[in-house]
Design a protein around this ligand. Sequence first.
Ligand SMILES: [Zn+2]
Length: 141
Amino acid sequence: MARPKKYRIVEYTLKPMIFKPNRKLKGYVELTIDEVEAIRLADLEEMYQVDAADVMGISRQTFGRIVKIAHAKIADALVNSKEIRTGKEEKCRNVKLVKCENCGKVWRVPNDYDKDICPECHATNVHILEVESDDEKNKTS
Ligand SMILES: [Zn+2]
């Protein structure tokens, strides 16, 4: 029996980006949206791994593994002059905005994610602000 897929909550929808070194390219690395979100939480927000894992809806072990992979890819790109590509995976996922009534934090979760707990203060009095559809946005071409 297949294990149910764990939700990996990404707080914002990342547009695919490419970072290029200003010298001869020696290949590329590709960061998934999960990996970008993990290093954002760990390195920019400086969250503890256990809290960051909670925000993403995954285990601390999985979070640690994702951060480690992301760091290795970035190091590879910086040291070995490789392009960094981001956000290729899961770019068309429907998300809803959720607001915490306790601390005012607003974040995004997948539409069918129902564990609505504030990642900031862990309050449960949260409500849905709006439903965004990436598919709708991507329709125009
Ligand atoms: Zn809150």
